[in-house]
Design a binder for this molecule. Structure first.
Ligand code: DQA
Length: 145
């Protein structure tokens, strides 16, 4: 089954970006781990990252048209974007919202998500392991056997 791994703004700088908060794994390293686990799970994974909101919305539309599952870290747009939520609401396959950090243990503005109400599941605070857990969940939903 097709799954899109979509990482939002500033996540291209993982490994460099506030390593005390976000850890030392790079985006390339994270995508490599996800690609390996996805293959074991029988998922066809497409990995993308952008700092541009319209680009991300276009990719969510593409996932909707394909009926693909989506693993989304909306990053800063989590807390700001009605437009990204409206795109996510059009998905028919499950969406998992993933955050590396526990957004509920940080600044109060990070506790609210525009995306969570249209997500099947939300993972926060597990670091890169959360992405792998989300893939296992999506495999269970998309490849029932
Ligand atoms: C994040 C949490 C967001 O609050 C923040 O804006 C990010 C990353 C996370 O993965 O922990 O950029 O989504």
């Amino acid at each position: 089954a097709p799954v899109f791994l979509l990482n939002g703004p500033n996540l291209g700088r993982l490994g460099l970006r506030e390593p005390a908060v976000y850890g030392s794994t790079t985006l390339a390293g994270l995508e490599a781990q996800c690609t390996e686990v996805a293959a074991q799970l029988g998922l066809e994974l497409t990995c993308r990252q952008t700092d541009t909101e319209g680009q991300m919305i276009g990719w969510v539309h593409e996932a909707a048209d394909l009926g693909a599952g989506v693993l989304l870290n909306p990053a800063g747009w989590t807390h700001t974007s009605v437009a990204l939520r409206d795109a996510c609401a059009q998905l028919t396959a499950p969406l998992v919202e993933v955050h590396l950090t526990n957004v509920h243990a940080r600044e109060p503005f990070r506790a609210h998500s525009y995306i969570s109400p249209v997500a099947a599941a939300v993972v926060a605070g597990m670091g890169p392991e959360g992405y792998l857990a989300a893939l296992r969940y999506l495999a269970g939903r998309l490849n029932p056997s």
